[in-house]
Design a protein around this ligand. Structure first.
Ligand code: TRH
Length: 367
């Protein structure tokens, strides 16, 4: 199959984060010939340093990357055209699609809401005469699933068992030797990737109060309010933005991950360790409905649930106290257990790369 993937970077890194994973999954896992159109190569370069933002055309890891600038000059649609998050391919490309009739897929945002199952895979007649199919990621077998590369569990388990490799990795990120030593002495390691409104300083206080102390790794530019925070019991260490595979390894080695949006949320789940998810904020608090829909599927112990809700609340809550309760021995072990079980259950489902590829193959047979 030849596939075009269209990615418009609305904000942040989730749009390109998901598209880049999908491109690799289809190219490397299914042998598809993938051309990825991205309108913001600077954002792309932050998560994949091999990208040269000045180039209109480049090939990376066997994937053709194009700077999406209109009018497009390559008007030869592949067998499949995937638009991420309803971003609409440009009009001249759609005109070219009318001549070749590729499969047209809209890869939707992730949600745990029940209606997703009934909308997954539905066709939609377009004014152009073409048919677009909705493809929904999700957490059940009746959805398109989530991207999870084959061999992920084994690679993660090996990494989590390899303390010397983790130490070396942390050194490369600039984590001081004294902090690595504190980790060996039992301090809990957390990572923080959140939106600006997250009560990060409160959470830092909760971590600092842990009897064994804690370490918080924060990517440059995230939670700037933490720059003025100094707490005995907590080492706050700024780390650089890293390429996606290293980001995954960072999540795998931490005891607790604070993640956000869509892609880092899923990847934290794949760590099989406790995490706090800050959902992407939407108008009229629609996102809180989505958070509840996911919480209904994720069997969290009550203290962790209360912390997750407070972490996403608009109004101030005592996050430091809630963190202390959720991270105390008993609730923490229950939380770890939930994270492990959820990962195991999700690993048994087909991944989104395969479900999407199979969906397209089946659809092409009916035409
Ligand atoms: O950056 P985000 O807030 O992206 C958001 C969400 O996807 C949201 O749902 C969407 O509506 C909005 O974008 C437009 O969070 P997310 O989804 O976790 O994406 C971050 C990506 O950045 C993810 O692919 C991981 C990657 N990343 C790295 O590769 N290296 C890093 O060092 C860090 C911190 C992140």
């Amino acid at each position: 199959m030849r596939a075009d993937i269209f990615c418009r970077v609305v904000d942040n890194y989730g749009d390109i984060g998901v598209c880049w994973r999908l491109a690799r999954r289809l190219a490397h896992g299914r042998g598809w010939q993938v051309r990825l159109w991205v309108d913001d190569l600077d954002a792309f370069a932050r998560i994949e340093p091999g990208v040269q933002p000045a180039l209109a055309t480049q090939t990376l890891q066997n994937i053709a990357v194009r700077h999406w600038r209109e009018p497009l000059t390559e008007l030869d649609p592949g067998d499949v055209v995937i638009e991420a998050f309803a971003c609409d391919p440009p009009a001249e490309f759609i005109a070219a699609m009318r001549a070749t009739h590729p499969l047209w897929i809209n890869l939707e945002y992730l949600s745990a809401e029940a209606w997703v199952e009934s909308c997954h895979g539905l066709p939609s007649q377009q004014p152009s005469g073409l048919v677009k199919h909705f493809f929904f990621p999700g957490f059940t077998a009746a959805t398109g699933g989530l991207i999870r590369e084959p061999g992920l569990s084994a690679a993660r388990d090996a990494w989590q068992a390899d303390r010397p490799a983790q130490d070396e990795f942390l050194r490369r990120l600039g984590v001081p030797e004294s902090v690595i030593a504190r980790r060996h002495a039992g301090a809990r390691l957390a990572t923080l990737f959140c939106y600006p409104q997250a009560p990060a300083a409160d959470l830092a206080r909760g971590l600092a109060a842990l009897p064994e102390g804690a370490i918080l790794l924060v990517p440059q530019g995230v939670a700037p309010a933490l720059d003025g925070v100094a707490l005995s019991g907590l080492d706050i260490v700024r780390v650089p933005f890293v390429p996606q595979p290293d980001f995954d390894r960072l999540l795998w080695l931490a005891d607790l991950n604070l993640v956000r949006g869509e892609d880092s949320f899923v990847r934290a789940a794949w760590a099989g360790r406790p995490f706090l998810w800050q959902i992407y904020p939407q108008q009229d608090a629609v996102h809180l409905t989505k958070l509840d829909a996911w919480l209904a599927r994720y069997d969290l112990p009550a203290p962790a649930r209360a912390l997750m809700q407070a972490w996403n609340a608009a109004a101030a809550t005592d996050v430091a106290t809630l963190a202390g309760a959720a991270l105390a021995d008993g609730p923490w072990q229950a939380w770890e257990n939930t994270a492990r079980e959820w990962d195991k259950a999700q690993a048994a489902l087909p991944d989104l790369g395969d479900t999407l590829a199979d969906f397209c193959t089946d659809l092409s047979k009916t035409r």
